[in-house]
Design a protein around this ligand. Structure first.
Ligand SMILES: NC(=O)c1ccc[n+]([C@@H]2O[C@H](COP(=O)([O-])OP(=O)(O)OC[C@H]3O[C@@H](n4cnc5c(N)ncnc54)[C@H](O)[C@@H]3O)[C@@H](O)[C@H]2O)c1
Length: 262
């Protein structure tokens, strides 16, 4: 990296926690943060995938260290243990990415309370808990920090079929904006990235041929996104130099989906 780019975006000596780095998007973001120099904590429930991912990151040259820590983001005790382990290993936290998420496309009248609760628990309560536990550490550390929450197109305007998911992501954006307001005086920035459509485990059952055609008609770029196309935005939001005045934003990375009308 040139000196200038390094000053703007380099994360050497910093620690990034990526919850949901066992998945497509979180995995790409973890790699990007690690390549930018951050010691990177791959976090998720799936030990095998997480351990492999952390090993791959550790093998990168000119990158930060990487490790996997198992944590279910809906468990406050897991999150406390995560923060303790990160503190033991790296001694500081600078960036938190919340990328764990689940989805479903159940017709409205058929949504069972259990399904509603499960999606809300991971997508909204899990982020609330992670922001609370990691946020407390960042406030004590008193050196600022960056929280990046992964929202969705469904948070901006209602998206057909995904009622619970949309409500959870709209709540997530509101929570993030409110935290940005609360923590700006402490130098902790809180932003969302709103991805367009990226094929992944959590949405593969929803992406029927008909749905794919509808999405493509609405996406000026005419294609799905690739997870690594979210990395540049994450590096900008993570950086206390390049992104120093960005807080409370919900940045769409969507091939134009959210700006297309007739
Ligand atoms: N793929 C898309 O098109 C898309 C679009 C908009 C937003 N998003 C959001 O991006 C984020 C990442 O999604 P993805 O597409 O990479 O999906 P993914 O299914 O590949 O990854 C999600 C990861 O979260 C993990 N996870 C689920 N519940 C968890 C919990 N309680 N604790 C810890 N980890 C948990 C899963 O095991 C999985 O590894 C999600 O919040 C999703 O809603 C995805």
């Amino acid at each position: 990296m040139s000196n200038y780019l390094n000053e703007q975006f380099g994360l050497e000596g910093q620690t990034a926690i990526v919850i949901g780095a066992t998945g497509e998007i979180g995995g790409a973001l973890a790699e990007g943060l690690c390549r930018a120099g951050a010691n990177t904590v791959v976090v998720g429930r799936d030990e095998e995938t997480g351990t492999k991912r952390a090993e791959t990151l550790s093998d990168l040259s000119d990158a930060g260290d990487a490790t996997f820590i198992r944590c279910d983001t809906t468990s406050k005790s897991d999150l406390h243990s995560l923060v303790e382990q990160v503190d033991d290993q790296f001694g500081r936290i600078d960036v938190l990415v919340n990328s764990a998420g689940v989805n479903s496309a159940t017709p409205f009248l058929e949504i069972e309370e259990e399904e509603w609760d499960k999606i809300m628990e991971v997508n909204l309560k899990g982020v609330f808990l992670a922001c609370q536990v990691v946020g407390e550490y960042l406030l004590d550390q008193d050196e600022g920090g960056s929280v990046i929450n992964i929202s969705s197109m469904a948070a901006l305007t209602p998206l057909s079929k995904v009622f619970t998911y949309g409500a959870s992501k709209a709540g997530l954006v509101n929570l993030s904006e409110n935290l940005a307001r609360e923590w700006a005086p402490e130098g902790i920035r809180v932003n969302c990235i709103a991805p367009g459509f990226f094929p992944a485990e959590q949405n593969k059952e929803i992406l029927s041929d008909e749905r794919i055609n509808d999405i493509m008609r609405q996406t000026p770029a005419g294609r799905f996104g690739e997870a690594n196309e979210l990395v540049g935005t994450a590096l900008l939001l993570a950086s206390d130099t390049a992104g120093s005045f960005i807080t409370g934003a919900n940045v769409a990375v969507d091939g134009g989906f959210s700006s297309k009308t007739l």
